[in-house]
Design a protein around this ligand. Structure first.
Ligand code: PXP
Length: 265
């Protein structure tokens, strides 16, 4: 199991003051020392945190494999293909969202995804598709010849927050998940079942192609163990909760503690 540390929010903090610090590149070396297996960045179309120059410096200097998240944006994809990170993960993007809210709608963007995956293959870059844990999406990802899928754990994570944190008593309460605890627990179990089934399906060799299976979004120190223990999921990409804890304990300790929460030695 690999921990991919998403360092977007180091850049979010830098952008709050619009100067040069904290530098996301410095985070890469701290992450390596703390036992991270990969660095993940999202080069958003609006460049709200990570900028082109961050990606360039990080891809050129990182001692860890670099996984870049990108929307189906021709200009960004061309830029990334020229830089050749180890992997590009295609994600949906909406300008107004705070974070990536759902998985890719593969059916609606089938041709465009197919062409983009071909471009990655020609550039020698591994590919992943960020999808909701739905069987139809796994079948489409296999058909398209992606190398991997990353399963969106956002619904599971939000239900855990509503069931086990104080979120429901704050202005961030998620109204359609504000259910009695027993029902929230049932929904959490349902999410875990879907994630397990999708991980199984993605990695099984029912035809010649099997996919690698990763997961991420909203994972934190409290909810990660159940996802980390799902067979066939071999990588978790985690950002917000690690950077949030790093504010208090430092980035190195925050990553070490996340590895412990994932039961990694
Ligand atoms: N995986 C993907 C594809 C994402 O888009 C994100 C958010 O940028 C993450 C993982 C990390 O999510 P979080 O910051 O909630 O840990």
């Amino acid at each position: 199991m690999t921990l991919g540390v998403n360092i977007d929010h180091i850049a979010t903090l830098r952008e709050a003051r619009a100067i040069y610090e904290p530098d996301p590149l410095e985070a890469v070396f701290i992450a390596k020392n703390a036992g991270a297996g990969q660095i993940t960045l999202h080069l958003r179309e609006d460049k709200r945190h990570i900028h082109d120059s961050d990606v360039k410096r990080i891809v050129q200097s990182s001692p860890l494999p670099v996984n870049i998240e990108s929307a189906l944006d021709e200009k960004i994809i061309d830029y990334l293909c020229a830089l050749k990170p180890q992997r590009i993960t295609l994600v949906p993007e909406k300008r107004e969202e705070v974070t990536t809210e759902g998985g890719l709608d593969i059916e609606s963007h089938y041709d465009s995804i197919r062409d983009t995956l071909k471009a990655f293959e020609s550039a020698g870059i591994a590919s992943a598709l960020f999808i909701d844990p739905k069987k139809e999406s796994i079948f489409l990802a296999r058909e398209l010849g992606a190398d991997a899928v990353e399963l969106h754990t956002g619904r599971y994570a939000n239900l855990c927050l509503m069931a086990y944190s104080n979120l429901s008593r704050t202005h961030r309460c998620i109204k359609d998940m504000n259910l009695p605890l027993q029902e929230q627990v049932k929904e959490i179990e349902k999410c875990l079942m879907e994630l397990r089934e999708c991980a199984n399906l993605a990695t099984s060799s029912i035809d010649t192609r099997s996919l690698k299976c990763f997961a991420g979004h909203g994972l934190n120190y409290q909810n990660v163990a159940q996802i980390a223990s799902i067979p066939h999921i071999t990588e978790l990409n985690i950002g917000h909760s690690i950077i949030a804890r790093a504010v208090f304990v430092g980035l190195e300790r925050a990553i070490i503690q996340m590895r412990e929460a994932m039961c990694l030695k």
